[in-house]
Ligand binder design. Sequence first.
Ligand SMILES: Nc1ncnc2c1ncn2[C@@H]1O[C@H](COP(=O)(O)OP(=O)(O)OP(=O)(O)O)[C@@H](O)[C@H]1O
Ligand SMILES: Cc1cn([C@H]2C[C@H](O)[C@@H](COP(=O)(O)O)O2)c(=O)[nH]c1=O
Length: 210
Amino acid sequence: MSEMHFLSFEGPEGAGKTTVIEAVRPYLAKLAQADVLVTREPGGTPVAEGIRTLLQEKTKPAMDPWTEALLYAASRREHLVQTVQPAIAAGKVVLSDRYLDSSLAYQGGGRSLGVDRIAELNAFATQGQLPDLTIYLDLPVEVGLERIFANRKGKIDRLDEEELSFHQTVRQTYLELVEKSPERIKLVNANQDVQAVIEEVKQVLATYWR
Ligand SMILES: Nc1ncnc2c1ncn2[C@@H]1O[C@H](COP(=O)(O)OP(=O)(O)OP(=O)(O)O)[C@@H](O)[C@H]1O
Ligand SMILES: Cc1cn([C@H]2C[C@H](O)[C@@H](COP(=O)(O)O)O2)c(=O)[nH]c1=O
């Protein structure tokens, strides 16, 4: 039996995570010979979905960055203990649209709170539990934002509206995380036709279940 139980997908805005996750889900179920639970962060439980709503609201004054980091960590803990761990215990493979690396990249990098300090904060929330595999969908931030603005008319959230430099720092931080953890985090080029991205992701998955 494979040791792969918990997978996350990461990427800057509009990288195609949701699209790719839905496309590879049946393929993964077949490969793993297991039920696949697709979930997301922030969210994945009623409490964590409530935190997601809070986080996406535009407020005046803007939310304090450490409050934001703490809310992401709280939603992560809730999601982990209420959804991820029980599903793994039931023999499922869990596929999460974002997890810890999002906080490292967005709060640690984008908000300049520091990757190490955000890692420390989240170590408390997660008790150190990492995904067995993380697929990072990489693309220039302008391409991802363009996809979102073209396709999500009227539903632009707080983070989509950040300065371009914020998103560039997020991407740069993700690339540093890939360099730091090449065993766990696999980069896939998301700046190509969606079918090509899906194929590349399937190839990565196939190497873990032979
Ligand atoms: N490779 C691709 N080429 C062109 N468009 C794409 C590609 N992948 C996804 N899209 C489109 O880009 C938009 C964003 O995709 P999707 O919602 O899957 O991304 P995401 O990473 O989940 O976004 P978010 O930042 O909201 O989490 C959608 O309209 C989707 O159809
Ligand atoms: C988990 C997590 C998420 N974010 C940001 C990244 C995105 O802008 C939104 C999530 O929405 P999406 O539908 O996946 O795009 O939240 C973050 O800043 N920190 C986190 O830990």
